[in-house]
Write a protein of this length. Structure first.
Length: 169
């Protein structure tokens, strides 16, 4: 009878992970962490937290911003999906320092802090522009759909618009 090595796929294994080594220079995650930690002024969030003497410790606004921006960049706009990614995705674990906020904490942060978060999106865009990380070809403010009677036949496409601009010069 054949002698095979045992199948250990159901066996638990402890694998030490250094989260700081998972975010490599030159990656989006590295740039995101650098910008949030070093370039953004997050002092506007401090006024919302009045828990220095009583109450539970709050999640750091920098951690919440990192996981939300990382989620949005990967197409995760649901707080439940972002929370799940913090439990299962090594990049989310690394960016958050293995903090795993509940989806209600993520949704609450976005809902309560929208006035503080909104100007940060502009700051991030301007920082990325300074660092030549974006192409300046087209910016989209949001993805809302607007009903119209225009067709590509009459309004053209993005490529046609750039061709028309070049032909006029």
């Amino acid at each position: 009878m054949a002698n095979y090595k045992p199948d250990l796929s159901c066996q638990n294994k402890f694998i030490p992970v250094n989260f700081s080594e998972q975010i490599l220079p030159g990656t989006f995650e590295y740039a995101l962490c650098y910008i949030v930690d070093n370039k953004l002024d997050l002092s506007g969030f401090d006024a919302w937290y009045n828990n220095d003497k009583t109450g539970a410790a709050a999640y750091s606004p920098s951690v919440m911003l990192k996981i939300i921006l990382l989620g949005y960049a990967h197409g995760l706009i649901s707080s439940r999906r972002i929370a799940k990614a913090c439990e299962t995705n090594i990049h989310f674990m690394s960016v958050s320092g293995d903090v795993q906020p509940h989806y209600t904490s993520i949704a609450g942060f976005v809902a309560k802090m929208h006035e503080q978060i909104e100007p940060l999106f502009t700051q991030v865009l301007m920082i990325c522009d300074e660092e030549d990380l974006i192409g300046r070809n087209m910016f989209a403010i949001d993805g809302c759909k607007i009903k119209s009677n225009a067709s590509k036949e009459w309004s053209g496409t993005f490529e046609n618009a750039s061709m028309d601009t070049h032909s006029k010069n």
